[in-house]
Ligand binder design. Structure first.
Ligand SMILES: Cc1cc2nc3c(=O)[nH]c(=O)nc-3n(C[C@H](O)[C@H](O)[C@H](O)COP(=O)(O)O)c2cc1C
Length: 182
């Protein structure tokens, strides 16, 4: 049976660069894996007051994450950190206290930017949060994809062969990491 890896896109932007990577990943899944986009765009802002209540949007999201075999985060950098929507989703999944749905999941991080350092700041802020949430994050290869706007065609599809090769290798390493932890 194939394993399901959730993709969490840190960007809410239509036609986002992170979404271009997500599309490539979905269409080039290693054998035995299926990728599924987990939407974080409509989640209400996390509020601890709702921990004791069954707020539908939170419950649906938490259950979606619970059912995943692994999680791949693809994100832009916002002011040298992760976008607020992504932090919101991480916080929602982490609570109520003692019911962290991220815990023990194999994970991996890809950051991208039109800038030269490929969202390094976001990538490492995210890794810090994931360590606390007990996500077992792939260490190597790291994925900081810089100058992203030069790697896609007019439809937003990745058309740079080196980037495709890198992503294929990254996905193979992630699949091997998931198998190791299974
Ligand atoms: C609020 C905001 C802050 C940003 N801060 C950074 C930054 O610190 N470093 C960076 O490289 N790019 C920064 N950018 C540019 C985005 O990271 C860049 O446009 C990204 O590739 C867009 O990805 P997306 O299409 O998936 O949203 C920022 C963009 C926004 C909207």
């Amino acid at each position: 049976m194939s394993k399901t890896i959730g993709i969490i896109n840190g960007s809410l932007r239509k036609n986002s660069f992170s979404g271009s990577i997500a599309d490539y990943v979905k269409n080039n899944a290693p054998e035995g894996y299926a990728f599924k986009i987990i939407d974080i765009g409509k989640l209400p802002l996390y509020n601890q007051d709702y921990d004791g209540e069954d707020l539908n949007e939170y419950t649906v999201f938490r259950n979606e994450v619970k059912n995943l075999d692994a999680v791949l985060f693809i994100t832009p950098e916002h002011n040298r950190s992760i976008p607020a929507a992504l932090k919101n989703a991480l916080d929602i999944g982490s609570r109520p206290y003692g019911e962290n749905v991220w815990s023990g999941k194999p994970g991996a991080v890809i950051s991208q930017s039109p800038g030269g350092i490929g969202g390094f700041g976001a990538n490492h802020h995210l890794r810090q949060v994931l360590a606390f949430l007990n996500v077992l994050t792939l260490a190597q290869p790291e994925a900081y994809i810089g100058s992203f706007h030069t790697l896609i065609d007019e439809n937003g599809e990745i058309n740079n062969e080196g980037t495709k090769e890198f992503l294929n290798g990254f996905l193979a390493a992630f699949a091997a990491w998931i198998e190791k932890l299974s």
